[in-house]
Design a protein around this ligand. Structure first.
Ligand SMILES: Nc1nc2c(ncn2[C@@H]2O[C@H](COP(=O)(O)OP(=O)(O)OP(=O)(O)O)[C@@H](O)[C@H]2O)c(=O)[nH]1
Ligand SMILES: [Mg+2]
Length: 476
């Protein structure tokens, strides 16, 4: 994305979803915004926009040349008291696509240009209305679909995370200034900074950083959904199950073995928790190059899942036995929950086959740490057993609630910067133990400060900003 935005440009965009709606909002921001809208809009009563105070609302007509285009409400926000920090106007018009397009075209003729993705938020950041972590929280808040992801985003948006970082940043600045004072007096060989106290301060900061790093595991699950891999031999009904769970024909289903090649995923909300279901390529011996790549990916998905749904075909115990060795070497029963589903329960499976399948399962139960409650007969095709499965999944995550005001790291970029901070702090700790010269220690603390600064955007590059804001929608 072109991040070289000109802050003095006046920009506009539709802030509401595209398509027809009762009301739509068009947002304008920049030095010319009030003038530009004033040309198109005449209030029915009272003073013009030009004379309106900040945070006032006017009712009137918006014109398309001489003709009335719509009756609208217009709000005025004057710099610096707006989302972007600039003069801004919002037009609340009727939600016809035609009206919205006409208003935007009229704005263009007044020297206003179309906003780029995330440009309103980028202006807010550049004008010091929010730090970078807060603007990222805006995007998270818009996309939050569960109560937990909403809580985490709101906490970050309101500056909870930034405040914690700023407290740590201040501690590190105190340490580094004491150290650097020593350097100024190095001739005299004095120690201003009591080493024992320094160690304690460092320990506290590092401890807190570690807590934040560790919160990423939960934070990531909350933001992206609990990863649930659906795995098993080919043709057991994995894709049928995915479709049944999400209620849509997302994956191709066929009686041909090896139908699914690449993994397919979708997120759904079960009792307030987001689960990310991943349908994978069925496991079998094959010489087909593309299928082999697909099966490799299945193993990757098994390893990174929190829950593994092991799909068995009631009719084919031998297929389960064949895929067992490969499954076993990828499942980590200590960190994962395994749910075994015996699918195709609608078929009249012979007693011999059922017994055989149950035998294989119970023989493996110990090693795979299969919990018996999760051995569920179902028919993905007839959609029986789906709600039982959802209950099992939901119960397995009932500790996944987030208390208000907890800070959880949900963003990979923040996780990375915190890990870099911790690494630099570890070097300082080691250095203190080994009486490393003060100038080297202070250099490492400066590096830790640099990485904390990256999170809130005190340290930023065009590339970083481009990466962040290009993921926003236009109009935010
Ligand atoms: N009778 C019956 N047939 C089922 C059931 N679930 C799936 N099938 C059928 O089994 C066949 C394979 O289903 P898929 O969902 O494509 O199986 P898959 O495990 O994704 O297969 P691969 O992608 O090849 O690994 C299809 O013909 C489905 O209609 C079920 O519960 N009962
Ligand atoms: Mg499939």
């Amino acid at each position: 994305m072109d991040t070289d935005i000109n802050i003095s440009d006046t920009i506009c965009a539709q802030a509401t979803a595209h398509g027809n709606s009762a009301i739509a909002i068009i947002r304008v921001s920049g030095p010319k915004s009030i003038d530009a809208v004033d040309v198109l809009f005449k209030p029915y009563k009272g003073i013009s926009l030009l004379k309106s105070k900040s945070h006032s609302l006017r009712f009137g007509a918006i014109y398309n040349g001489k003709e009335i285009l719509d009756e609208v409400l217009v709000s005025v926000f004057r710099s610096p008291h707006s989302y972007t920090g600039e003069d801004s106007v919002e037009i609340y018009c009727h939600g016809s696509v035609f009206i919205q397009q006409e208003i935007i075209t009229q704005l263009f003729s007044q020297g206003v240009r179309m906003a780029k993705p995330g440009e309103f938020s980028q202006k807010a950041f550049l004008n010091g209305k929010m730090d970078l972590a807060q603007t990222e929280a805006v995007a998270d808040l818009i996309s939050s679909e569960t109560s937990a992801s909403h809580k985490v985003a709101i906490q970050q948006l309101r500056g909870g995370f930034s405040k914690e970082l700023s407290v740590m940043r201040q501690s590190l600045l105190d340490i580094v200034s004491l150290m650097e004072l020593e350097l100024d007096f190095s001739e005299e060989d004095v120690e201003f900074a009591d080493r024992k106290r320094l160690k304690k301060l460092l320990f506290d900061v590092k401890f807190h950083i570690t807590e934040l790093i560790e919160s990423f595991k939960l934070g990531n699950v909350i933001k992206n959904g609990v990863p649930v891999a659906i795995v098993g031999a080919t043709n057991t009904g994995k894709s049928t199950l995915l479709n049944a769970i999400i209620g849509e024909e997302r994956a191709i289903v066929s009686e041909i073995h090896g139908t699914t090649r690449d993994f397919i995923e979708d997120v759904i909300n079960i009792n307030g928790v987001a689960f990310r279901f991943i349908d994978t390529a069925g496991i079998r011996q094959t010489k087909e190059a593309i299928e082999i790549i697909g099966i490799e990916r299945t193993f990757e998905k098994i390893r990174s899942a929190s829950i593994v749904i092991l799909m068995l075909d009631a009719e084919r115990p031998e297929a389960f036995r064949e895929s067992l060795t490969q499954l076993k070497s990828n499942i980590q029963p200590d960190n994962q929950k395994i749910v075994v589903l015996i699918n195709k329960a609608d078929l009249n499976t012979s007693e011999r086959k059922t017994k055989e399948l149950l035998n294989v399962v119970s023989n493996e139960a110990g090693e795979l740490k299969l919990v018996l409650y999760s051995l569920l007969p179902m028919s993905a095709k007839r959609k029986t057993g789906i709600s039982e499965l959802k209950n099992i999944l939901s119960e397995s995550q009932n500790n996944l609630s987030v208390a208000a005001n907890t800070t959880l790291v949900t963003n990979m970029r923040h996780f990375q910067a915190l890990s870099d901070t911790r690494e630099a702090l570890s070097r300082v700790e080691d250095g203190l133990e080994q009486s490393v010269p003060t100038d080297l220690l202070s250099q490492d603390i400066r590096e830790a400060l640099f990485h904390i600064g990256e999170i809130v955007g005190e340290i930023n590059t065009e590339e970083l900003l481009g990466n962040i804001f290009s993921k926003f929608c236009i109009g935010k």
